[in-house]
Design a protein around this ligand. Structure first.
Ligand code: ADP
Ligand code: MG
Length: 267
């Protein structure tokens, strides 16, 4: 397998899109696996109470398991809740359990409620070396997602090559601008990834062209195809990289990882 250039400092991505079902979790899991396969140390933070990323990475996340909830709400250290994914050396996950569902409400009355993940992650990264951190967000702009934006340096937006792809995007970008202005000046939308692309339809082609025209610098050349292998992999507790290494879905995520690594941090 190819080795890729490693970043000189940790790149922290939040994978965000206010729509559900657009491929956020799938992108977090497969991009992380692809980066880890190429030799990087990668941490996935599952910030969605559904825990889909934790499931796909095969880490324990039954109710009561030490998790990101304890980090954000109970001031636990991240190194007390982190788990190693069995799939690759260098691939780790801070799991989400259903306990996290209550966190949106609990956070409201807490001190520094927007900064809790950022602080915990900062302390953790002072002690442990990671090349990439990928944060999987729930599909709403609540305090959990805001915590992810405040902890991150880059936003990766997956865009589904289907109807209404650009709809809602301007609202997302406005919200990110507000976060940048008031809470995290380091945040930038560095990466847009076109996904669930069906090359047989004109619509997919048209959507891809539209998005590229609007965001020429951010959109990766690599497009993730719609692929059954990608959707099957999580039920085996695997990324598609391991589940079917030579499938088009696996190769496209490996290529997207390579592009992200080679482009480095923009600006
Ligand atoms: P989100 O996290 O944005 O809600 P998911 O990553 O869970 O979205 O994806 C939604 C559904 O689409 C899941 O069932 C997933 O397996 C499927 N899916 C995601 N990407 C692809 C793809 N490239 N090809 C086929 N199915 C996909
Ligand atoms: Mg998800």
């Amino acid at each position: 397998s190819q080795t890729l250039p490693l970043p000189s400092r940790t790149r922290i991505f939040t994978i965000s899109n206010q729509k559900g079902g657009v491929g956020k979790t799938t992108t977090v899991v497969n991009l992380s696996a692809a980066l880890a396969k190429s030799g990087a140390r990668v941490l996935v933070i599952d910030l969605d109470p559904q825990g889909n990323a934790s499931t796909a990475l095969s880490v324990e996340h039954r109710e009561g398991t030490p998790s990101v909830y304890d980090v954000i709400v109970n001031d636990r250290n991240m190194d007390e809740v982190i788990q190693k994914s069995p799939e690759f050396d260098g691939l780790f996950c801070v799991p989400a359990t259903i306990d996290l569902a209550g966190a949106e409400i609990e956070l409201v009355s807490m001190v520094a409620r927007e900064q809790r993940l950022a602080r915990a992650l900062g302390e953790f990264l002072d002690e442990y070396d990671f090349d990439y951190v990928l944060i999987d967000c729930p599909p709403s702009l609540g305090l959990l997602t805001i915590n992810a934006f405040v902890a991150a340096t880059e936003v990766l937006i997956p865009i589904q090559c289907e109807y209404y792809a650009l709809e809602g995007l301007s609202q997302l970008l406005k919200n990110i601008k507000l976060i940048e202005k008031h809470l995290n000046p380091k945040l930038q939308v560095s990466t847009i990834l076109l996904t669930m692309y069906d090359s047989r339809t004109n619509l997919a082609h048209q959507v891809a062209e539209d998005v590229r025209a609007h965001f020429p610098k951010e959109v990766l050349d690599t497009i993730i195809p719609r692929s059954v292998r990608i959707s099957e992999a999580p039920s085996y507790g695997q990324s598609v990289i391991t589940y079917d290494t030579n499938s088009s879905g696996s190769l496209s995520y490996l290529e997207a990882a390579a592009e992200i690594a080679r482009r480095g941090v923009p600006r």
